[in-house]
Design a protein around this ligand. Structure first.
Ligand code: CA
Length: 222
């Protein structure tokens, strides 16, 4: 998982980065709204952690901007402004969650997991790519109405590829999605799962394109 942390207090940012890194979460840090907006354009982030009192404005003002770039991007506000009114304002601005400072790393991790579980948008839990249809809520895939018979790991790999269809999914993100932290990962086992997926998707009108040195990308077959 790779997240964008928007936070101007360097101590806070360093502590959070260290804590999240211990859970294999890659953190990109932006100190201002302007830097955050630029960083978000890369489209590589799975979620955003957003402070409010930033040098160039209220973090909440960034939410509609981020939504225009990536509609389904989960956004959690982390703020010392923790009154009920502040929380309501944050959620009404479109944040997926609002965590008042101080908070524990465990709680932040649990909330991150919760927002990542939600389908990108209500009513958009079905993703279609070519003839492939993936139901993010039920975690089921079918090709032209025929259910696909996938192993658990193939399903996990396909889910992350589908969620980011048309974008490169880094190898590390795929490995993280497919394997638990304690699993031993043989160096080529991800590639083996991908080749089996390709075979099972041979009539789906999609291709899983290998981006050398980076990862994989799912798209409609050309
Ligand atoms: Ca601040």
């Amino acid at each position: 998982m790779r997240i964008l942390l928007v936070e101007d207090e360097m101590n806070m940012a360093a502590a959070l980065t260290a804590a999240l890194s211990r859970h294999d979460i890659v953190v990109d840090h932006a100190r201002t709204l302007e830097i955050a907006e630029e960083a978000c354009r890369s489209g590589v982030h799975d979620a955003v952690l957003l402070d409010r009192k930033l040098p160039d404005g209220d973090g909440l003002s960034l939410i509609p901007v981020l939504r225009r770039e990536q509609a389904g991007l989960p956004i959690i506000v982390l703020s010392a402004l923790g009154s009920p009114d502040h929380r309501v304002a944050g959620l009404d601005h479109g944040a997926d969650d609002y965590l008042a400072k101080p908070f524990s790393t465990d709680e932040l991790l649990a909330r991150l997991r919760a927002v990542m579980r939600r389908p990108a948008q209500i009513g958009e839990s079905m993703v279609n790519v070519g003839q492939l249809r993936f139901n993010l809520t039920e975690r089921q895939a079918d090709v032209a109405g025929e259910p696909l018979d996938l192993t658990r790991r193939e399903l996990l790999a396909l889910e992350i590829l589908v969620r980011r269809a048309g974008r490169t999914v880094p190898r590390s993100a795929l490995e993280e999605a497919v394997y638990g932290y304690d699993d031993e990962i043989a160096s080529n086992s991800l590639d083996a799962h991908i080749s089996r997926l390709r075979r099972k998707l041979s009539t789906a009108g999609v291709e899983i394109h290998a981006i050398r040195g980076l990862g994989y990308l799912l798209r409609t077959a050309s």
